[in-house]
Design a binder for this molecule. Structure first.
Ligand SMILES: *Cc1c(COP(=O)(O)O)cnc(C)c1O
Length: 327
């Protein structure tokens, strides 16, 4: 039931559910053979690049990470053995937005599997199958279940050959979700269309507040005209979702002060639930990445990621105001 439900809200024919978002990504990569090459967005979810680099590369799969916001970078990375294009949009945590029409053209021309991790956008705001994606993946741990209650994932496709392979992988490797988790996911998914517009409205209000705050150097939110891919986001998405990040002037100490001063925002590494969650990548999600590499990727010491919840927007703004006063 859940597979059919999630396929239908994504506008696709087939859905296959897994025990986590990561098990879903791993299963999609099992469409490939040893020697194949994958082009991947450079700011993908950290667990995905870790999986590609530390596990799949041992099985003779090869990966190139490119800034997919410029299609020329993707074209330049194509090799004879390239078999898959793996795009995340918007990305985690820098909210880069990739033009899916341009990616679909490249995938078609070079006969590549075209997979999209659409966890941040959800089917409410983006339906990548309409743009020619072969596979749309969600970590249902996040917005789709929406209440920090479980871990799960889904892949939706219109291609029967991919569907059959995904079903085969699902039962063969045993990365199946439990019936109870499926039931909980279904409960969450039934309010997705009500939650997402609220996440998006709140994030817009919070982003505008932060952009006007003197202690904030920069705010990145696809709904702000200052976002480098704002126009692409506006044309391919029906809303900008609830994720944003901002840059504090004072580096690690300022980040820590804000983390320790907020009261409503929960200090947490997950995202996409009804509660607002705040993360300091330099000391939390990316603490094990050497500072130089972190900085090169744009994950600066003062960067704060916010998963804006569905509380009263004024309460979220007041909480951040209080946290920023302590800096
Ligand atoms: C969380 C996340 C994943 C991994 O999902 P899990 O359900 O935690 O395994 C993959 N992609 C994105 C964009 C995510 O946010």
């Amino acid at each position: 039931m859940l597979e059919e439900y999630l396929a239908s809200i994504e506008g696709g024919k087939y859905g296959v559910c897994f025990s986590s978002g990561m098990a879903t990504v791993d299963s999609c990569l099992k469409l490939l053979d040893g020697g194949d090459h994958v082009i991947c967005s450079d700011d993908v979810y950290g667990g995905v690049s870790r999986h590609f680099n530390r596990i799949l590369s041992k099985y003779d799969l090869h990966f190139s990470y490119v800034d997919s916001t410029d299609p020329e970078n993707v074209k330049a990375a194509i090799r004879p053995e390239t078999k898959m294009l793996w795009i995340e949009t918007p990305t985690n945590p820098l909210l880069k937005v990739t033009d899916l029409e341009a990616m679909a053209d490249i995938a078609r021309e070079h006969n590549l599997y075209f997979g999209i991790d659409s966890t941040f956008a959800t089917p409410v705001f983006l339906r990548p199958l309409e743009y020619g994606a072969d596979m749309v993946v969600h970590s249902t741990t996040k917005y789709i279940s929406g209440h920090n209650q479980l871990i799960g994932g889904v892949v939706v496709t219109n291609r029967e050959d991919i569907y059959e392979e995904m079903q085969f992988v699902q039962k063969t490797i045993g990365a199946v979700p439990s019936p109870f988790d499926c039931w909980l996911t279904m409960l969450g998914a039934k309010t997705l269309h009500l939650r997402m517009p609220r996440h998006s409205e709140n994030a817009q209000i919070v982003a505008e507040f932060l952009e006007s705050h003197p202690k904030v150097a920069k705010v990145t939110y696809p709904g702000l005209p200052s976002h480098p891919q704002h126009e692409t986001a506006k044309s391919q998405m029906d809303g900008f979702s609830g994720m944003l990040c901002f840059e504090l002037e004072g580096g690690i100490p300022a980040g820590k002060t804000v983390m320790n001063s907020v009261r409503l925002c929960a200090l947490a590494e997950s995202l996409g639930a009804v509660e607002t969650m705040i993360t300091h990548p330099a000391t939390m999600t990316h603490a094990d990445v050497p500072a130089e590499e972190r900085h090169a990727r744009g994950l600066t010491d003062g960067l704060v990621r916010l998963s804006v919840g569905i509380e009263d927007a004024e309460d979220i703004v007041d909480d951040l105001k209080m946290g920023l006063e302590k800096v």
